[in-house]
Design a protein around this ligand. Sequence first.
Ligand SMILES: Cc1cc2nc3c(=O)[nH]c(=O)nc-3n(C[C@H](O)[C@H](O)[C@H](O)COP(=O)(O)O)c2cc1C
Length: 182
Amino acid sequence: MNVFDAIVNRKSVRSYTGEPLTDEELDKLLAAANCAPVASAMYHTNHLTVIKDRELLAEIEKAFGAYAGREDVHPLYNAPVFILVSVQMKDPPASKEDWLNVVCSDAAIIVENMALEAVELGLGTCHIWGAVRGINADPALRDKLGLPEGFQPVCGAIFGKSDVAYEPREIRRDRFGTNFIG
Ligand SMILES: Cc1cc2nc3c(=O)[nH]c(=O)nc-3n(C[C@H](O)[C@H](O)[C@H](O)COP(=O)(O)O)c2cc1C
């Protein structure tokens, strides 16, 4: 599959069989993540957490339920893998806002690199932000993630086998307001 086809065909998949990923599939996703462009090549300011532990995945779903005030929610959609991206918040060299802008941009690109590789591998994927809010609202849960000191979860994505197939999607150019100069 060429890059443009992967970009066009990618879509948020919210239904998973629950089957585990193979080691090769996971390795490819992490390789794609590690190819991401990162501001000033400061790779150390991003951290990945690969969560396959079923109990922890269930706890994350529960934390989101508590955060959102809703029971029986499944923000991870029975996916067997959730890869969380955390960024370093400690000792920013610039203002906090500038720093957040940069490190969150890095994190989003890392996730999208993995998402496109998932399309190539025929795996379902979906960017996840809601469940991250649940994690950040539950310090005890956050402690279980084994994050390095000073890191905060900001985004992530789920991955897994799915019965939902990728098909060519309509190609549009009008979703984002766009202005042309010159
Ligand atoms: C930063 C970001 C966070 C998102 N968080 C969630 C989420 O928590 N749960 C979810 O089901 N979808 C989430 N999505 C998926 C969007 O809802 C989805 O990308 C959008 O509706 C467009 O659909 P598409 O991905 O199929 O093109 C997120 C997407 C992005 C880019």
